[in-house]
Design a protein around this ligand. Structure first.
Ligand SMILES: *Cc1c(COP(=O)(O)O)cnc(C)c1O
Length: 391
């Protein structure tokens, strides 16, 4: 293989050379003042990134770990919880809650639609004791994006004082996220998607209301307890043990790129544009083959970091193999099969997440176009021109 391979899967995302270079160093003394100062600066920057003045607990874990962290800090067995599912990741979160002995009420919005605020109001009126509403901002499997401010408004309309918890693993650092403005009480993120750092760090931001609501939570365990992590009296308490030293160096670099160099408005606009380029190409292909289509009809309900596309079975698998051999790896379809054949996947996912630009996204679309031609998969013309116009 020659040239640079582009792994365009929705996490782990492309690692900037600068992040890798920052991590390439000998093991540091974890009590060196430099590491301590770096951790404090990272915590401050992560709050800016999430749009909150609230609290932050950092963990050595992946996104799944943050699901367990939030639940154990907030809940006791039997607590009524409402979970809004728009794909595999919503259901995965529900399964973690079940594993902890909770019995969440799950509203399943299917695979193509965002969470419906009216359904939230109705559910909360019927179950006023609900302690928390859990929602995935962008479900990485379906690429469905839900309107968080509208969900908060729906909770208020029901007179509910439940907490709002939001999984932003796939959107943070790509899509607009405003924790405090949206009235979010608990926000979840991880290092390996928009944050452009290897998997291994998870983040839970939480409001003072969430902190108070979680006091006395009987599911709370020493390792996941967010109290000291958010407010460490000694450095080791950030991590409940050894700091994730090399991740910190990488994250320091990526946060500098995100917040100090590009800036959030430009970063959001870049992801928006790359997403629109992908949508334009898929729509053009679909004009020559109705089987090729975007999963989500309403552009407002589409994630800006990943796009789930139907190419049709058996084309999707052959296309994925073809583009892999030509330098591009796409994400597989997740949870998109039919009831009759849950494993049937005519779906692929194109990531446009993190360290990406017009060259990479246009290149990815061009390789897909070449694969459609090479494999004789019917498709409409003009996809690359349409994408180029957007860029
Ligand atoms: C990737 C992802 C997760 C899971 O993260 P892992 O690091 O794979 O455990 C959870 N939620 C969303 C929305 C994700 O995109």
């Amino acid at each position: 293989m020659t040239g640079r391979h582009y792994t365009a899967i929705p996490g782990p995302s492309v690692l900037p050379d600068r992040v890798l270079a920052a991590m390439h160093r000998a093991a540091p003394d974890i009590y060196a003042p430099e590491i301590e100062a770096m951790a404090a600066g990272i915590a401050t920057d992560l709050k800016t990134l999430a749009g909150t003045r609230g609290n932050l607990a950092m963990y050595l874990c992946n996104g799944h770990g943050t699901w367990e962290a939030m639940a154990t800090n907030l809940f006791s067995p039997g607590d009524p919880v409402l979970l809004l599912a728009c794909g595999t990741f919503g259901h995965g979160w529900a399964n973690v809650l079940r594993g902890l002995g909770l019995d969440p009420q799950v509203i399943d919005f299917g695979l193509r639609s965002p969470a419906d605020p009216e359904a939230v109001t109705k559910a909360l009126r019927a179950a006023p004791a609900t302690r928390a509403v859990l929602v995935t901002h962008v479900d990485t499997a379906t690429s469905v994006r839900s309107d968080v401010a509208a969900i908060r408004a729906a909770m208020d309309a029901a007179g509910s004082d439940a907490l709002l918890a939001l999984d932003c693993v796939a959107s943070l650092g790509c899509d607009e996220v405003r924790m405090d403005d949206w009235g979010v009480d608990v926000l979840l993120g991880a290092s390996q998607k928009g944050l452009m750092t290897p998997p291994g760090m998870g983040f839970v931001w939480f409001s003072d209301k969430a902190r108070a609501a979680g006091e006395g939570a009987r599911l709370r365990t020493p390792y996941w307890d967010w109290t000291r992590r958010a407010d460490p009296a000694e450095f080791w308490q950030y991590w409940f043990g050894t700091a994730p030293t090399h991740h910190l160096y990488g994250l320091r670099e990526s946060l500098t790129m995100i917040l100090r160099e590009e800036g959030l408005p430009a970063l959001w606009a870049r992801h928006e544009r790359l997403a629109q380029a992908v949508w334009a190409a898929v729509e053009a292909w679909g004009r020559g083959n109705p089987e090729i289509r975007l999963n989500v009809a309403d552009p407002e309900a589409r994630g800006r970091s990943v796009t789930s596309v139907q190419f049709g079975a058996p084309h999707a698998a052959a296309l994925r193999d073809w583009v892999t051999a030509h330098g591009l790896t796409l994400g597989v379809g997740l949870g998109m099969g039919t009831e009759a054949d849950p494993k049937a996947s005519g779906w692929l996912r194109i990531a446009h997440m993190g360290h990406v630009n017009g060259h990479m996204t246009l290149g990815a679309l061009a390789v897909i176009e070449a694969g459609l031609q090479a494999l004789g998969i019917p498709h409409g013309q003009g996809a690359l021109e349409a994408a180029a116009k957007v860029i």
